[in-house]
Design a binder for this molecule. Structure first.
Ligand SMILES: Nc1ncnc2c1ncn2[C@@H]1O[C@H](COP(=O)(O)OP(=O)(O)OP(=O)(O)O)[C@@H](O)[C@H]1O
Length: 325
C-alpha cells in the first residue's frame, strides 16, 4: 500500500546572525545551511497495518508524513502510496488518504463542525446517501451529536480532535496519516480516540501510520513500529521484539500487608520499595521462578508482572543506535 525507497529531504535554512552588525552585513549576502531532515529511509506498509512512527523531537517524522501525504516534495527517493506518487496530488490520491495533525486544525474555526463536514462533502464529491450514512456512523462512534452545531472555536481540544477525525474520515480514505492525534488530550479522551482508531481499522482495514509521544497510543494500537532518529530509520519491526531485545526483563510489583524484611536484591533489581509494595526488575527467564517463590513463601496481597515502560525501551533504542531489522 505504501512503498518508500531511499527517501531524502533536506531544507535550506537561513542562518541567523547572533550579532546585529553581522545581521546587517548579511542582509545583502544571506548565509544558508542545509538541514537534512530525512536521510535515506526505505520501508513498505501493507494494507490494513497500523504502524507506529516514533522518534524524538526533530527526528523527521512530520517531514516524512508530509511527503507521504504529498504536501512536501522529496529531495530524492521514491514514494508510492496506494499506487500514486503523492506530490503529483492527483484528485484520486486525495480521495484515498487523509492526514490528521494534532497541532493543526482542518476544521473551519468560525463555523460549526457540521459546516466543515459539508464543505468536505463538496470537496470530495460525496453523494448525499453515502454522506448521511458515513456521518451517522462517525457521529455515533465519536459521540459528536452535541458538538455538530457549536462553533468550532468553542470546543475543547478533545471535542475538536474527535471532530477532526470525523472530518478526515468522511470520504472513507483507505490510508490515514495520524500525526500526534492525542496530543494534549486528557487520559480519558486519549483512551476514547485510541479505541476509535482501533475499531475503525478493524472495521475498514484502513492502513494507518501514526506518530505519538504517548507510548499508550503505540502499545494499544501498533504491533509494528518504525523508529527514526536524526532522519534515519534505526528500527523497523515488531514492538514486542524491540521490547524483548532492549529490555530483557519484566517488572514485578508485589503488594504485601507488610513488606517482609528479606534481601530483595537476591530476587531481582529493586526499582522501588514503598509502604506495602516492592517493585523488582527481573530477567525474563527468571520471572516465573521468582514469582512462584514469592507467592509460596510470603503472604502476598497481589502480584503483577509487567513489561518495562515503553519510554524506557525507546530511550534505549536511541542510546544504543539500533539498526533496522
Ligand atoms: N519547513 C522547514 N524548514 C526548515 N527546516 C525544517 C522544516 N520542517 C522541518 N525542519 C527541520 O527538519 C527536522 C525534522 O523535523 P520534523 O518536524 O520532521 O521532526 P519530527 O520528528 O516531526 O519532530 P516533532 O516530534 O518535534 O514533531 C528538524 O530539524 C526541523 O527543524
Amino acid at each position: 500500500m505504501i512503498a518508500v525507497k531511499h527517501l531524502h529531504k533536506s531544507f535550506r535554512v537561513h542562518v541567523r546572525q547572533a550579532r546585529w552588525i553581522d545581521a546587517v552585513r548579511h542582509l545583502w549576502r544571506r548565509q544558508y545551511r542545509t538541514v537534512e531532515a530525512v536521510k535515506d529511509i526505505s520501508f513498505t506498509i501493507e494494507t490494513g497495518e497500523i504502524v507506529g512512527f516514533l522518534g524524538p523531537n526533530g527526528a523527521g517524522k512530520t517531514t516524512t508524513m508530509k511527503m507521504l501525504a504529498g504536501l512536501l516534495y522529496p529531495t530524492s527517493g521514491e514514494i508510492t502510496v496506494g499506487g500514486f506518487v503523492p506530490f503529483e496530488q492527483k484528485p484520486e490520491f486525495k480521495k484515498m488518504m487523509s492526514l490528521v495533525m494534532g497541532q493543526k486544525s482542518q476544521l473551519i474555526w468560525d463555523i460549526p463542525p457540521m459546516e466543515t463536514f459539508l464543505v468536505n462533502k463538496a470537496i470530495y464529491d460525496i453523494d448525499d446517501r453515502t454522506f448521511r450514512r458515513t456521518l451517522e456512523e462517525l457521529v455515533e462512534l465519536l459521540e459528536l451529536q452535541p458538538l455538530l452545531t457549536k462553533p468550532t472555536r468553542s470546543l475543547s481540544l478533545g471535542q475538536r480532535m474527535r471532530c477532526e477525525l470525523a472530518a478526515a474520515l468522511l470520504h472513507r480514505p483507505a490510508i490515514l496519516f495520524l500525526d500526534e492525534p492525542t496530543i494534549g488530550l486528557d487520559v480519558h479522551t486519549q483512551e476514547k480516540v485510541r479505541r476509535f482508531i482501533a475499531e475503525y481499522n478493524r472495521e475498514y482495514q484502513t492502513t494507518i501510520l501514526l506518530t505519538s509521544h504517548y507510548m499508550g497510543d503505540v502499545t494499544a494500537l501498533c504491533d509494528r513500529v518504525m523508529i527514526i532518529n536524526h532522519g534515519m530509520l534505526i528500527y523497523d519491526g515488531e514492538l514486542s521484539v524491540l521490547t524483548e531485545t532492549l529490555a530483557p526483563y519484566k517488572r514485578l510489583e508485589i503488594h504485601f500487608p507488610i513488606v517482609p524484611s528479606v534481601p530483595w536484591d537476591d530476587y531481582g533489581e529493586v526499582v522501588a520499595m514503598e509502604d506495602g509494595k516492592v517493585t523488582l526488575r527481573v530477567p525474563r527467564d527468571k520471572v516465573a521462578e521468582v514469582s512462584a517463590h514469592v507467592l509460596q513463601h510470603f503472604h502476598v496481597h497481589d502480584l503483577t508482572i509487567q513489561d518495562p515502560p515503553m519510554e524506557e525501551v525507546i530511550t534505549r533504542a536511541f542510546q544504543e543506535g539500533l539498526h533496522g531489522s
